[in-house]
Design a binder for this molecule. Structure first.
Ligand code: NAG
Ligand code: NAG
Ligand code: NAG
Ligand code: NAG
Ligand code: NAG
Ligand code: NAG
Ligand code: NAG
Ligand code: NAG
Ligand code: NAG
Length: 791
């Protein structure tokens, strides 16, 4: 198996194996809901004639009844009813205990557990002793600490989520796969003038104000009776990011997130987008405003599985949470689990709308993952913007990047804004490629390392011994299993290069192991970009290597004419790209939004680990190792490898969780010259300049891009920090200005920006934004990729 680096939107719901007596679900033909439409597809068309409609007061039975009569794609039911149904599932303690044991082997691969336990200064989230908390859940089962199955599964989900490592992820079915919660109101946060502390607002109020000139929105001061900012900061902690300002931004609707459709966090975690879907928000949400009024909204839960034949929590458990296996032979069990967890069939990809964005100069053909824009406002005509909302992509993606960076300078653009808003990463080589497209000829540093443990070492030893040459012919390998160890997988010592970009001599050289923080790790490993197996394994050949040598011959932009913009969501491959740009070139950075605290804000707020493995890929690596060395099977059966193939348990982690949810961060990113080898995940990095959103930026991204240009090259001030005058030649001319003059000019520009957007906000543009409020995050239908943080 290898990772096709494609984002596939697929038929939904096939993962949940229907047990007897459930008929095979019609859901297998459903496609992912469309961001352009509020779907009115009938989930249970005509089944009411054949499926009994329960008549009981059990909350699950009530949901079945609502479901059978629903017309929405994911029918909405009252949140408290869903909550009661979840809590109606009795704890299956024996099954829970075995299940937990089956997870241990995968957690071994997580590279950061020693650091999470005792994080270095600068890391802003709480310490987590993963193994101690895991054992605590195990003992909680026998101690009767969990009143029901949901309480236990939610604790398990929270153990992973609480590490704030978006690559360390596991979603038990009952906690994450049956319902997704939400609030019917999206918030945004903006500053009145770009410098005052931002306040939260109801987004629809802001939209109405723009299009209909209705009353100025009144800020939210309290949520459910609690001071609003405090409530929001606490709720934001249910997100997966590692930076509090990034988490805060992720609460709110974001145009860049919406442009990603079902793979983004849409309306924000407060409204139930992204990780917000997994937290019960209570039956209602009451918002109190500055003007003194209070509105109370009914919260909802979306039903994610075909709710038929469910008369109570026990039925739910049996049908969806721990259903009997569809296949009886042990050897097929894991295959079944994998098949049901990985997306099965691809449909043609959907082009999502992109409200709030101008028409692109160049756009990727399918998703809005990367696109190039020119600013048309007088005074900004020399600016090109590359909006990189994701790094997921293959040749089309690479072509967009190449052609935009090729044509922009020819069109007279001398400055480049790279907008990483909403970028959770993607194809690792696209991150390297964008860097190499901007700075051809500079060898990217990109140091990494793996945690060294028994299974990892056995796989590496075996692969290094049995795959005795490298590279090999990908189309005609001596054994097809070899293809799993091509281009970017560390187990053959002949692949990759060391810290000095020279080859390793042996597996021992690559995995001595080295000890840091009391844990074992490999040597520093870097990508060998000349490796011809990078292309077949990744579907991208970075510029300057292989058949892309000489592309492009020169830098399209000078370093001082480039700035990177962050909303904090940047993670994984985006973190890799950011590290190369800021550390190797010294590119300046601007972060926007965050908590209303007037302090510095970090750039990358998502996971900075540089590689995640889905659990089924790990399982595959183990079976490959058995295949490579059949003569060692009886020995392997006495080692840690056996835990991954034990027919009694190997299927359980997949069978009891949502789709592709099991992931671990296997690779740390390391900074050049850092002798302590502290993973970048734990290193604090403030942006050079911090900005706040203003109202017009929440309806039109070009307003934000203009402001970024102003603080980078035109002498405007930041909320904190600054760029102009710090070596950027163009800004020097403002040095003679009095600060009052600079301020007056900035205020005039801000006024113009706002007024222009007021004029431009037609009802149809607002309607497009309003439709995107209905986006449902659907991470179970995103193909896992080795440098992508799933929502
Ligand atoms: C999504 O919406 C567009 C525009 O309405 C439509 O053309 C397309 O067929 C829809 N796709 C799906 C999968 O519903
Ligand atoms: C079923 O839905 C229809 C239309 O939404 C509604 O009028 C009717 O009352 C519903 N029936 C039940 C039993 O909920
Ligand atoms: C603006 O007003 C029209 C007419 O009253 C209404 O239909 C529309 O929903 C309003 N738009 C917003 C964004 O509130
Ligand atoms: C107060 O502000 C809220 C939020 O903008 C708005 O919905 C409401 O209509 C306002 N109430 C009054 C009395 O102005
Ligand atoms: C749940 O409902 C099923 C019928 O669907 C019934 O057989 C079972 O006894 C019920 N369980 C409980 C705990 O009520
Ligand atoms: C890398 O090069 C430096 C400087 O020559 C040397 O000190 C170091 O030992 C080398 N590291 C490895 C792993 O070869
Ligand atoms: C990188 O890969 C190429 C192609 O396989 C190989 O010739 C070279 O020795 C490797 N190492 C370095 C340091 O380039
Ligand atoms: C490089 O090789 C790949 C794989 O053979 C091919 O798909 C691609 O078009 C080639 N690229 C160029 C620039 O020739
Ligand atoms: C290793 O364990 C597997 C699974 O229990 C078993 O099928 C296989 O026969 C064992 N191999 C040897 C050589 O003992």
């Amino acid at each position: 198996m290898h990772f096709l680096q494609v984002l596939v939107v697929v038929a939904a719901a096939a993962k949940l194996v229907s047990a007897n007596p459930l008929p095979q679900s019609q859901f297998s033909t459903f496609t992912v809901p469309n961001a352009t439409t509020t779907s009115t597809q009938e989930p249970a068309t005509a089944t009411s004639t054949t499926v009994p409609i329960p008549d009981s007061n059990n909350p699950c039975a009530k949901i079945t009844k609502l479901y059978l009569n629903a017309t929405e794609f994911y029918p909405k039911v009252p949140s408290d009813l869903a909550w009661q149904c979840l809590n109606d599932v009795p704890l299956d303690a024996p099954a829970a205990t075995i299940w937990l044991q089956s997870l241990r082997p995968y957690i071994e691969w997580q590279s950061t557990t020693a650091y999470l336990k005792d994080p270095p200064q600068g890391y802003l989230e709480p310490a987590v002793d993963v193994w101690a908390e895991f054992d605590n859940i195990v003992s909680g089962i026998s101690a009767g600490r969990y009143a029901n199955e949901y309480e236990f599964e939610f604790a398990l989900y929270r153990l992973f989520q609480g590490t704030h490592d978006g690559h360390f992820r596991y979603m038990p079915t009952l906690a994450n796969g049956i319902f997704s919660f939400g609030r019917p109101v999206s918030l945004i946060s903006y500053s009145a003038d770009g410098y005052e502390a931002p306040k939260p607002y109801v987004y629809e109020d802001v939209l109405s104000n723009f299009v209909n000139g209705t009353a100025k929105p009144s800020a939210v001061t309290q949520i459910d009776g609690k001071e609003a900012i405090q409530f929001l900061e606490e709720w934001s902690q249910y997100g997966s990011l590692q930076d509090p300002d990034a988490l805060y931004n992720n609460l709110f609707y974001g145009l860049a997130q919406a442009s990603l459709g079902a793979s983004g966090s849409g309306p924000g975690t407060f409204a139930g987008g992204g990780r917000g879907a997994y937290i019960y928000p209570g039956p209602t949400t009451s918002l109190t405003f500055e003007n003194g009024s209070t509105h109370t909204h009914d919260n909802f839960a979306r039903v994610q599985v075909p709710f038929r034949y469910i008369n109570n929590g026990s039925d739910l458990y049996l049908n969806y949470v721990n259903s009997p296996l569809p296949s009886s032979t042990a050897s097929n069990r894991l295959a079944d689990a994998i098949q049901f967890s990985a997306p099965a069939t691809a449909t043609s990809p959907t082009v999502y709308p992109r409200p709030g964005y101008p028409p692109p100069v160049v756009n990727s053909k399918t998703f809005n993952n990367v696109a190039g824009y020119y600013l048309d406002e007088p005074g900004y005509e020399d600016v090109a913007v590359l909006a990189v909302a994701s790094f997921v992509g293959t040749s089309d993606y690479q072509n967009v990047v190449y052609s935009f960076l090729d044509q922009a300078p020819k069109a007279g653009k001398t400055k480049l804004v790279i907008d990483t808003s909403a970028n959770g990463g993607g194809t690792i080589m696209q991150g390297y490629n964008l860097f190499l497209n901007l700075f051809p000829g500079i060898v990217p540093y990109g140091a990494t390392r793996f945690r060294s443990h028994e299974a990892f070492n056995l796989i590496g030893e075996t692969v290094s011994e049995r795959m005795f040459y490298y590279p090999f012919d990908y189309h005609d390998p001596p054994n097809w299993v070899w293809n799993d160890f091509a281009g970017g997988v560390p187990f053959n010592y002949r692949a990759d290069v060391d810290v000095n970009y020279t080859n390793f001599d042996s597996w021992q050289d690559k995995n001595p192991p080295s000890t840091f923080m009391g844990d074992d790790f490999t040597s520093v490993i870097r990508w060998n970009l000349s490796d011809p197996l990078i292309y077949p394994a990744n579907q991208v050949q970075p510029n300057g290597y292989g058949n892309r040598t000489g592309l492009p011959p020169t830098r399209p932009f000078e370093p001082e004419n480039i700035v990177i913009l962050y909303d904090g969501y940047c993670a994984s491959t985006c973190a890799i790209f950011s590290e190369l740009m800021t550390q190797q070139i010294g590119i300046k950075t601007v972060s926007i939004g965050g908590r209303p605290n007037g302090r510095h804000m970090q750039t990358v707020g998502g996971v900075k680990g540089t590689n995640n493995y889905p659990w089924y890929f790990i399982s595959q690596l183990v079976t490959d190792t058995y295949t490579l060395a059949p003569d060692q099977a009886s020995f392997f059966n006495t080692t840690a490898l056996y835990d991954y193939i034990d027919p009694d348990t190997d299927w359980i982690p997949y069978h009891r969780a949502v789709g592709n949810s099991g992931q671990v961060n296997v690779r740390d990113g390391l900074r050049e010259g850092d002798e302590t080898q502290t993973p970048l995940q734990f290193i604090y990095e403030a942006a050079d300049c911090r900005l706040y959103y203003t109202a017009e930026m929440t309806v039109d991204v070009t307003a934000m891009w203009e402001k970024v240009v102003d603080v980078t090259w035109n002498g405007d001030s930041c909320v904190v920090g600054g760029i102009s005058g710090q070596g950027h030649a163009q800004s020097k001319r403002f040095d003679e200005d009095t600060s009052d003059a600079v301020k007056a000019r900035a205020q005039a520009k801000a006024k113009r920006r706002l007024q222009k957007r007021r004029r431009q906000m037609t009802a149809s543009r607002i309607a497009a934004i309003k439709q995107s409020l209905d986006i449902v995050t659907d991470s179970r239908n995103i193909q896992p990729i080795q440098g992508l943080m799933l929502p």
